[in-house]
Structure formats: C-alpha cells, structure tokens
Design a protein around this ligand. Sequence first.
Ligand code: ADP
Ligand code: MG
Length: 499
Amino acid sequence: MGEVRLKIEHLCKTFGITKAVADVSFSIKKGEVHALIGENGSGKSTLTNMLTGIYTIDSGKFILDGREVHPKNQVEANKEGISIIVQELGTLSGLTVAENIFLGHEDKFTKFGIKNTNLMNKMATELLKKYGFDRIKAGEIIDRYNFEDRKLIEIVKATYFEPKIVVIDETTTALSNEGRHELYKHMERIKKAGNTVIFISHDLPEILEKSDTVTVLRDGVYIDTVSSKDIDEEGLRKLMVGRELEGDYYRKQFGESVKDEVVLSVKNVSVPGLLEDVSFDLHKGEILGFGGLSESGMHEIGKAIFGASYDRSGEVITSDGTHINDIPTAIAHSIAYTSKDRDNESVVMNESIGDNICLPSLDKLKLKWKFLSDRAMNNFANEYAKKMSVKMVNIDQFVSDLSGGNKQKVVLARWIGKDSDIVVLDSPTRGIDIKVKQDIYNLMNGMIKSGKSIIMISEELMELIGMCDRIIIMKDGKISGEIDRSVEIGENTLISMMV
Ligand code: ADP
Ligand code: MG
C-alpha cells in the first residue's frame, strides 16, 4: 500500500452553466478503499462517470499507473482495468443474467461469428457460484430479479475480471443488510488483491468504517482528502457543508407551527402499478416528508395530490370538502406542485422568467387590474424574482439559460407569488448547490410560519430528517413506515423502512 494508482489532474466538466466538476486534482492509492463524499450535486457521479467513459472529459487528465487513460465508453474503461457499479440500475432489461455480466465482452464467447451461449452461461454460473449468489441463474432473463439481486449481479459484472479500480456509486442505500455485507466482502477482497475501490456513499458511519481515505467535494470543487482514522462524522459533515453554513443549515425546532387542523386528506389513493391504497392527512403549518427509493411510488404522490395522475382511484379532499381530481381544481383550491422533472414539467423553458412567474397567477393579476397589462405582469414578476433572489440579467431572460438552482427559484417564485396554501415540492433541491438549497430551506420555514403546509418529497434522507415535522417512507407503492421528527431518527432507521 502507499503507491499511487490513479492521479486526477485539473479535471473539469460543465453542463450548460453548471460547473459540475471544477478543476479537481487528487490521488488515489493502490490497495485502498477511497471514499468520495459530498452533498447531492457536488460532482461525485460526474467525476466517476468521466473515469469510466460514461461522460466525456472537458479538460484535465486521469493517470492510471503512470499512464494517461481516456476511455470513451465503459467497454474501453473495462479494458483499461476500470469498472463501475452505477448509481441507477446498471443492468439491461430483456437480456439474460449471463449476457448482462459479459455485456461488451461477447467476443470471448464468439467464434466464427457464432456466440457460444452454453459456454457463456457456464462461465456465468461458475462466477455466480464463486460469489455465493447460487440462487441467481445465469440463463434467466434479468427482469425476473428484483433491484437488489440486480445490484448483486452488477457486483459480479464489475469485479469478476479483477479490475484495477472499481467505482461503487451510492449502491449501499439500495441494498438490505445482507446485500451490503456481500458488497463489503467484495470491497475487502478487491483491496486485499492490491486493487482500488472508489466508494461513494452518503452514510457517514459506513464511510468511516469501510474506507481508508476520504475525499470531499463541494459544489464541484475539491475540498480535502483525509485519512478515515483521523476524522469523525462531525468533521466530515463540516467539510461537506462548509463552515460558514454550520448550525443553521436545517431547521432547529420541529412541530412548533403544526396545528391540529387538517388541510388535506388523502384517502385510499391507488394508481395502477405505482401506488396502492395510500392514506394520510396533511396539517396546517406542517412539513410532511415522503422518502423511499426512487421507484417506491413517492414521486407519484405529488402528482396524485395535484390531480395529475392517470387512472387514480381514492380521494384527495381539501378542508372545505372539495375533491381534487384534476389540475385546474387543484390550482383553484390553492394547491401548488413542483415536479422532480423540473425541466420538462415545471418550467416553460422557452419562455421568459417573467412569464413563468406570472403563469399560475394570471387570474389574480386580471382580477386586480381588470385586464392583463404588461406593467402589472412586470411588477409582479420582478417582485417575486427579487424575493427569491433569482440570479438573472432581467425577467425577460429565457429560463433555459439559467442554472439548475435558479430555475428552481423561478419555479418556487411562481407558486409563492400565487400564495398557495398547500405546496407540494418534489425533490426541490435536486442538483442544486448548497447556498441555493439554504435559500429554499429558509423559504420553506417562512411558509410554514405563515400557516402554509408543505409536502416535501425527497430522495435525500438528511434533508427529510433536517426539514420535516413528520416523515412517511414509501416502499413498493405503499406506505411502509411513518416517523415523527420528535423521535431521534437517523438515516439507517429510514433506510430500513425503504428496502
Ligand atoms: P453527485 O453525484 O455528487 O450528487 P452529480 O455529479 O450527479 O452530483 O451532479 C453534479 C452537478 O452536475 C449537479 O448540479 C447536476 O445537476 C449536474 N449534472 C450532472 N449530470 C448532468 C447531466 N447529464 N446534465 C446536466 N447536468 C448534470
Ligand atoms: Mg451521484
């Protein structure tokens, strides 16, 4: 141990005007588990996706064992001895387990243009056996297996050829305890063989236990590399969040503004294939959180409440007894919704900031001024853009030119302008830098203090724990657990309900 395996030099990647990875340099050694941590959106996946040929590099270098490598795709990366278990599902539907394991390497089994499927299945079976995953059958179509098993298959796929570097991108959150232990076992094995694991996880205790070294990124910028034995959770959190935000990042008090009054009742809501018999009440002044794996149905909850689901059954009722079954009724009854898919559903990209902010409030603006004047719209849009401190040239600028964080501010500005009583936010801080996140959290605090109610759907557990009065966890379309903020909760409590 001690010898350098990978040198990262002045690495850069931008998407539009987002600097996802900004001039990052550090080294990773042979025979170590090197953790990469940082808040959501800090650039971890972008960095490792460049290493593994999924994204192209804008500028900078990867030097592997003293030689510059520049893989153009995952197969080329494999040939250089680099592999990855990606954050999302990394196996392909419709192919067998064996075909997935050997994807891109079929030439091993092909002679005179004919694929020897028997040989491929035989080798895959041997590998599965060696890994102790005997119950997974090489010849089965992969769709027969659940998310967790498919992740185990990815472990085989990414490690069977003894690569020099294996990237594991936020895999453990999706795994049960047994799944995690399988993964840890193989991380240990890779390390013993003198190879390297780049381990991305947001579970700090896990990071401290399983890694030798930790590198911290923040907003795409390299912050520090520390030895795991020289730091604790608090120290890591400080590096991730940045000292200046310490203390007032999330909410301090919980439950203070929550009233008994129910503002929205969701009763026995089902959406075929997505939600099954979901019921809950939202209270005045409450932030109610929804968490789960991304396929758990939690994102559909927001749509169901906003009357935007197809084929929904069950009831969504406001405090005055109105049944919400379509979007116009939802808007007319002071319900606001921001989608996870900001670019496609929430903002009109080819319209100006001003038009976007005014859109849901056109009725109100008409009522006040009898007709829609440009001046009224300008004033209104300027007022709320300013309130949200949207970074822009002026309100005539197109939304498509803004950074992710500023787009999100425009989305929020329009609903705040509308003065909605019930605000459903799906992944409001996804891919947003930490300063804008804090603005959004402050705004949410202000909203509940003035008697509004919020539903916050998020894949970030820390954010749910930090912001919500109550958290509901979804699994397979159903509610699998509910927890009050007053109880001492950690991410692991929630994860155990998710998987
Ligand atoms: P992390 O893995 O640390 O959560 P990412 O590397 O996924 O962070 O994202 C870093 C930043 O780059 C975020 O602002 C994100 O929105 C942006 N980003 C990542 N991938 C893309 C993409 N394919 N297109 C546009 N923006 C992206
Ligand atoms: Mg990521």
